[in-house]
Design a protein around this ligand. Sequence first.
Ligand SMILES: *Cc1c(COP(=O)(O)O)cnc(C)c1O
Length: 353
Amino acid sequence: MATATLTIDLDAIAANWQALDRHSAPGVQTAAVVKADAYGLGIDRVAPALARAGARRFFVAVAEEGARLRQVLGPGPQIGILGGHMAGDTEMIHDLDLTPMLNSLQQVTRHLESLPGHPFGIQLDTGMNRLGMEEAEWRAVAPIVLEARPELLMSHLACADEPDHPMNAAQLASFRRMTDGLGIPRSFAATGGILLGPDYHFDLTRPGIGLYGGQPFAQAHPAVTLSLPVIQTREVQAGEAVGYSCTWVADRPSTIATLSAGYADGLPRTLSNKVHLWDGDTPVPLIGRVSMDLITADVSHMPDIPRTLDILGPHQGVDDLAAIGGTIGYEILTALGPRYGRRYLERRNGGQA
Ligand SMILES: *Cc1c(COP(=O)(O)O)cnc(C)c1O
């Protein structure tokens, strides 16, 4: 087989949700963020596993993702749309019972006029300047909005992965100013915010990356293994080059393995000549450029050429790969390509809360 195998551990994802749920007080609800196809891991399998673990509220970025998620989960769980109520989404929001987080006066007007009585939340901007109503705008519309009873008032932290960043406290103060005393449930913390402590938890937390084994949730169980098949091996002489632009040149006779996966599968080209693959505990250097469909590795030190090598596994997680490639674990996960054969691990009775 010439395609790589991405193994996704649903039990690890369920355990990560439960661990993040335990980080907040019992009265604080823990949602699950499953935008971008559950961070690239497959919403069809990941969302039901999270529901079995105990998640009752989910968030996605856009209404189309919410529609897909409703088909996967069926009626019951609440599905929040972080992008709010966009023009053209009204029917989908109504028919599939989605809960938009309204981001602007325009969205508030659209929602209250087109779907009066339909559940919604409000997203407030506390300093990230990306989505949500700013303080002055909120003060102006709050009386009308509050009369319509939002399910949730939420905001998002810009620097939660840096616990000492002054932005965290500044955003917290701003969120409190805008929402204290209103008697509406509040949500402020994603994964990073949960780890900042109880002041940041309010009524509902919204972890994403931590569920999938990524930083800043250091105790997360890794959720993915990626095994690449060796599809050819060859001997090269000292002085011969391997790959595009001849960036690697053998300094001695070497055995080179060619593996099936490249930047089109989400392995950043910036990993060229920098990263190791793994055969169990044995590191194997990736040499030469990462090309679109293929990478090359120096297997000269291996007595037997293995059928596969791991680029994500126990010795190298998504954040390790990200650090080497100059990106973040989120981007490694969400770039994992559609060509991989996907295998899901789940114990038969597993994941029950
Ligand atoms: C993506 C996102 C989350 C989840 O963030 P993580 O850092 O992955 O835990 C929560 N809330 C909002 C608004 C988001 O955009």
